[in-house]
Design a protein around this ligand. Structure first.
Ligand SMILES: Nc1ncnc2c1ncn2[C@@H]1O[C@H](COP(=O)(O)OP(=O)(O)O)[C@@H](O)[C@H]1O
Ligand SMILES: O=P(O)(O)OC[C@H]1O[C@](O)(COP(=O)(O)O)[C@@H](O)[C@@H]1O
Ligand SMILES: [Mg+2]
Length: 445
């Protein structure tokens, strides 16, 4: 997270919206609510510090109690909703991400088994399912979701494309939904905010709580998004295959294209996981193709030196090379990217041929394979715990809020905070420094 951005935070950015007074006693029995504070658990009245270092905190020049803080996640003693009467909806939107089914399962399990909420509807096909054009929602029970975590994708289906918040709120009203969980990325969360605002405008006490989803890890103010570790682990497998191909052929060049629309986290982490890569190209670092310190010269030098070369490119890198060409947008309004992988393949091919280099280029694009797999064990645990945190927030009447984890602690974050900016690899930060050390590529910022 950019320090200047962090220093600009005010209490208004961090305030979580609540539907009203908490009047119903929580059915969670003593064990869960009587926990003492510990190194790992923040008490109900405590707050989670935004700043991770003394240096940043002291630059603010304010007393400790005025430092910016997040609301801790976790169960509350009193609830806004009466669990026996609460009706819940769940929707998954946007691109796939490992762990979507784990989150659905976690939500249903926590609602039913701990709070005694037994009415949970799964809306189908993203926000389309919240309109009259959508398919009939499905009842979700602990039995019906028992094994879904073993599958990738989402059992509810997903979609891109805008829907009218008024129409979606009308669907929630007709179905008497009290709580809507939105599992989605930046776009979905903007949609969730629009639903929460429209409900407020109509005086409907509906809690809209998000579980942030993104394989690109581009949502800010959370340590890491669920599914990201699984996705970069799968991406690292593709890099290893390309490395094997490159090393096994005289003049072998492996080129791997990975997802990452605006943020190069998958490319950076998969590279560090593979330890074989000679060059990583990400949207945040504009390295030119030409010139002494450019992509083509670096690959040529690497080939000369070690006889093979391995390049990883995130799909959002170098989009400015296509300036003047109209790419269009997807149904959600996201700009459609030009194919930088194929462009690089062609440019490298022409350059190495012209230089008279003996080479064999293998182009690997794992594409959707990295995001359609089931969550690994780490992400499975994280999904379950995020789902539990989201249920605690919703039952306590939090709305326009997402459940996140910051510096290892579960927190409730206002949606406008997490959609205001985008998490990106900092070209001057320690992650990128690690990548530069691992690859030995020319430094560009
Ligand atoms: N600014 C917005 N306001 C309301 N809804 C939005 C907004 N941006 C996107 N959405 C809706 O959220 C859903 C998912 O958005 P999308 O960008 O495709 O994926 P993601 O949530 O993963 O970023 C789509 O149905 C889209 O129309
Ligand atoms: O082809 P699709 O389904 O539109 O998805 C492609 C995009 O989805 C992503 O995974 C991001 O999607 P979201 O914004 O939905 O999380 C990008 O990495 C990729 O550019
Ligand atoms: Mg998005």
């Amino acid at each position: 997270m950019d320090t200047d951005e962090q220093l600009q935070l005010t209490p208004e950015h961090l305030a979580v919206r609540t539907l009203g007074e908490l009047t119903f006693p929580s059915p969670l029995d003593g064990g869960l609510l009587e926990r003492g504070e510990s190194m790992h658990y923040v008490g109900e009245h405590d707050r989670v510090l935004v700043d991770g270092t003394l240096g940043v905190a002291s630059r603010r020049g304010v007393p400790v109690e005025e430092l910016p803080t997040f609301e801790p996640g976790g169960p509350r003693r009193k609830l806004y909703f009466d669990p026996k009467k609460t009706k819940v909806g769940i929707v998954t939107c946007g691109g796939l991400c490992p762990g979507l089914n784990n989150v659905i399962r976690g939500l249903v399990g926590e609602l039913a088994e701990h709070y005694g909420v037994h009415s949970v509807l799964g809306f189908r096909d993203g926000y389309l399912g919240l309109t009259p054009l959508g398919a009939e929602p499905v009842e979700l029970t602990p039995e019906s979701v028992r094994w879904i975590n073993q599958q990738g994708g989402t059992v509810l289906g997903t979609s891109r494309g805008g829907q009218d918040p008024k129409v979606m709120v009308e669907t929630l009203r007709l179905r008497q939904i009290d709580v809507l969980f939105v599992i989605g990325g930046d776009g979905s969360l903007r949609g969730a905010q629009a639903i929460a605002d429209e409900s407020l405008r109509q005086g409907l006490p509906i809690a809209v709580v998000g579980v942030p989803k993104t394989i690109d890890n581009d949502i800010p103010w959370i340590d890491r998004s669920f599914g990201f570790q699984t996705a970069f682990g799968r991406a690292a497998e593709s890099i290893r295959s390309a490395a094997t191909e490159a090393r096994s052929h005289r003049g072998g060049v492996g080129l791997v294209k990975l997802m990452g629309r605006h943020s190069g986290f998958i490319a950076a982490y998969a590279t560090l996981a593979s330890d074989d890569v000679d060059l990583v190209l990400i949207p945040e670092v504009p390295m030119p193709l030409d010139g002494e310190r450019g992509v083509l010269a670096h690959v040529e030098r690497t080939l000369d030196r070690q006889g093979h070369a391995l390049i990883v490119v995130a799909e959002g890198y170098g989009q400015d090379m296509f300036a003047g060409t109209e790419g269009g947008a997807d149904p959600s309004g996201n700009a459609k990217l030009f194919d930088i992988g194929k462009k690089l393949r062609d440019e490298l091919g022409s350059h190495l041929t012209a230089a008279g280099t003996d080479f064999q280029l293998r182009y690997v694009d794992p594409g959707y394979a990295i995001r359609s797999v089931p969550a690994n064990s780490h992400d499975s645990v994280y999904c379950t715990r995020l789902a539990q945190a989201a249920v605690h927030a919703a039952m306590a009447g939090r709305t326009a809020t997402v459940a996140g984890r910051w510096h290892g602690r579960f927190v409730n974050l206002p949606i406008p905070l997490v959609t205001r900016t985008r998490n990106q690899v900092d070209p001057r930060g320690d992650l990128w420094l690690s990548v530069l050390e691992a690859t030995g590529q020319p430094v560009h910022v």
